[in-house]
Design a protein around this ligand. Sequence first.
Ligand code: GDP
Ligand code: MN
Length: 383
Amino acid sequence: MDLFEYQGKQYFARYGIPVSPGGVADTVDEAVSVADQVGYPVVVKAQVQVGGRGKAGGIKLANNEAEVRQHAGAILGMDIKGHTVHRLWIEKASDIKEEYYASFTLDRSKKQHLGMLSAKGGVDIEEVAATDPDAIAKIWVNPVAGLDEATVREWVKAANLNPEANEGAVEILLKLYHCYIEGDATLVEINPLILTPDGRVHALDAKVSLDEAARFRHADVWDTFEGLEPRDERERAAYDLGLQYVGLDGSVGIIANGAGLAMSTVDIVNQVGGKPANFLDIGGGANADHMANALSVINQDENVRAIFINIFGGITRCDEVAKGIVQAMQRVNLNSPLIVRLDGTNAQEGRAILQQHESERLIMKPDMLSAAQTAVEIAGGKA
Ligand code: GDP
Ligand code: MN
């Protein structure tokens, strides 16, 4: 789960990382009342999960109520790289002497945590990495050994920040590592980390991604932050039903048992000229409930014109799957025809069950390729 900036700052604040006082606002009036509370000047910040908000006009300084009204009005509803702004974060404006970059993330190839610190902050770190890689001081942290203060001190020295900032940076980096580890984050990033004219260091932006697989260890954090996660609606519905679903933008719905087969199914639909509407792994033991749930999720997708069910029975028995499909068809009012390929354990029995219900709404095919072709033809995917 990716947090919005304001959530990331609330998360940082729990760990003692200094952030500016502020509040969220969903309307212009709310923005004014937050600004009145924190005191002018304030910064009005679009809350969308995409970088470069500043350049896109989603971050504005406001010196008084009139300017808050003007900027909040302009930013709410604004489109930033395909993300609509529904919420603002209003915070007390900071004076900036210098802008730095700091982050921790996972380096999978090294099997260690990677810390990055740069005196060149406030800009795209990818750009710094490409044009001036030496400007990024990196450390790799053995997850078992952890990170000690002496190491952080060396690291900060290597980054050549303004020496005034060193002490504050060390403190913040230790806290940043702590919240990265304790929350099972996959990324914590502060860009910019600023030095103020009076020598304080603090986080002006926050990017936090939490590991979905560790959710059960952090129920409180997830409950607090999850509400506003802008998940694909289809994905949310599937997630609530315990399905492995990824929304795509084509017209052929896909249900398969096993992630490998589901991926192959996506491939073969592409190969015969169609476009998959989703990836959906129904898992092992695909019973009527699983099938009905999977079909209902795909059925909500308005782009879907055909649904390709691709089952290879191993432990899963095809006759059970066939019963599941029949029951699911009775329970869910499907908008698109089903094209079914059943193979493997008890395939004969399974096909016999489906044969009794064969129609233009339920088409059986003997193999994966012909099933894909039929599904794509029905979906009109072939140019
Ligand atoms: P991003 O563009 O989405 O990364 O949004 P940021 O929150 O990082 O803000 C972008 C830039 O706006 C920062 O690098 C700063 O230069 C500027 N900015 C943000 N907040 C303040 C502030 O409180 N005071 C000043 N002077 N500039 C700010
Ligand atoms: Mn930023």
